[in-house]
Write a protein that binds this ligand. Structure first.
Ligand SMILES: Nc1nc2c(ncn2[C@@H]2O[C@H](COP(=O)(O)OP(=O)(O)OP(=O)(O)O)[C@@H](O)[C@H]2O)c(=O)[nH]1
Ligand SMILES: [Mg+2]
Length: 401
């Protein structure tokens, strides 16, 4: 699943205004007739339900819109370039790494929802020595190119702690932002004529297009996240709590991508979405196993369910060893969670111990008195459906908290 990409977005610059004078057979000294440049294309991000991942952008480095054409003689306005629409999945967050100066000015002035008016943009004029002389080159307005930016690097950092700025979240279908506005065309010399300046050799550059380096991060919009070690029974729980049909296997890392299911409710008053997050292991924060990149999907969850179960090889051991193993499992997940982003450990959570059908009566009795993270764990079995109702209610409470 491609759920994170880094890209450069470059809007088109405005076309330059033209310096020219009317020349024709019967008019010897015609007035100025340099046209205005066309505007550059903007780039618009739009959230669409039809997009399920960011895969289509994974091999791309830059998305750019075309620039406006320069103004022409005879008061011809240059052609404007088309806007580009970039469709992303609903639930995409937009993190900014760097931006050029025009981009910064608009972001600070009005956020990104709307375009700047042409009056709000600073313009720069040039003056030629004579008609037809070369137009002086001006300093380009570019955004700083980020270093060491690979998908692997991105996946392994929590963007919230990376120093990047979250500039937009597209949470609803159809939502749009003008992520990079195109430049405006510069005025031609016709517009600079006056009684004092009848032959202006002056026109304007087009204004630069906005440029941004961004990280697009797709977030599954789940209310509850199931987290735990590989093979503890997370996917099985999802399959019995919801209508989802995730792959289930008696080996670790059966689930390679987060899976979603909707908790059924009698009155159907509200949809509660549960996400099964692929198994975390010790050292996930150092990139082991699947790493902990999938934890980004739980950042917006209202609550977490820590799923624990006694590993098969412990089933023949003593009750106290089995209980210690459960406590260790809990601590390990918590440690990886806080290594990724400490704020995740502050979320509301419940502890669920599953596979209870496999446990000895002595272990079950002991577990009833056990306290993990200041709460009594919910004991369930996905196989016999024992305790599922309790877990279901706990999930609804977490979602409504
Ligand atoms: N007896 C019993 N077996 C269970 C129960 N829940 C899950 N299992 C078994 O445990 C194994 C692992 O289950 P999964 O649901 O795939 O575990 P997971 O946590 O999603 O594992 P990963 O996707 O690898 O992280 C499977 O063989 C399941 O059949 C349960 O309540 N009782
Ligand atoms: Mg699984």
């Amino acid at each position: 699943m491609i759920d994170i990409v880094a890209l450069q977005f470059v809007a088109g610059a405005g076309g330059r205004g033209r310096v020219s004078f009317c020349r024709s057979k019967y008019i010897l000294k015609g007035g100025p007739d340099g046209g205005t440049g066309g505007s550059g294309g903007s780039i618009i991000l739009r959230a669409e339900r039809s997009q399920s991942t960011l895969k289509r952008y994974s091999g791309i480095k830059t998305i750019s819109a075309e620039s406006g054409k320069d103004g022409g003689a005879k008061n011809c306005t240059g052609a404007s370039a088309k806007d580009i629409i970039v469709s992303v999945p609903v639930g995409t967050n937009v993190w900014q790494i760097s931006e050029n100066k025009v981009a910064q000015r608009r972001r600070l002035a009005n956020g990104l929802r709307k375009k700047n008016s042409s009056k709000a943009v600073e313009r720069e004029a040039f003056v030629l020595e004579r008609e037809g002389a070369a137009i002086p080159v001006r300093e380009p307005d570019v955004a700083e190119v980020p270093k060491h930016l690979t998908t692997k690097v991105l996946a392994d950092v929590s963007l919230a702690t990376s120093g990047y700025k979250l500039i937009a979240s597209l949470a609803e279908s159809g939502q749009e932002i003008v992520i990079c506005q195109g430049g405006f065309g510069g005025r031609g010399n016709e517009q600079f004529k006056s009684s004092r300046e009848t032959t202006p050799l002056r026109a304007e550059y087009g204004t630069p297009g906005e440029e941004r380096w961004l990280v697009l991060e797709q977030q599954l919009l789940a209310d509850i996240g199931l987290i735990g070690l590989p093979n503890v029974g997370k996917s099985t729980l999802l399959s019995v709590l919801t209508q989802a049909t995730p792959a289930i296997g008696s080996y670790p890392f059966t689930t390679l991508e987060p899976q979603l299911g909707v908790l059924s409710q009698d009155d159907q008053s509200q949809e509660v979405v549960v996400a099964d997050i692929p198994g975390l292991i010790a050292g996930a924060s150092k990139g082991k196993g699947l790493g902990f990149s999938f934890l980004r999907h739980v950042r917006h969850c209202r609550g977490l369910v820590f799923v624990l179960s006694v590993p098969d090889e412990f089933l023949i051991r003593s009750v106290s060893e089995q209980i210690t193993a459960l406590h260790e499992q809990f601590l390990l997940i918590r440690k990886e969670l806080s290594a990724y982003d400490v704020s995740l450990t502050e979320k509301k959570m419940v502890v669920c111990i599953t596979k209870r059908d496999l446990y000895s009566p002595e272990l079950l009795t002991a577990l009833e008195k056990e306290v993990i993270a200041h709460q009594s764990p919910i004991l369930v079995s996905a196989a016999t459906h024992d305790g599922l109702q309790l877990l279901h209610q706990a999930c609804l409470r977490l979602a409504n908290y």
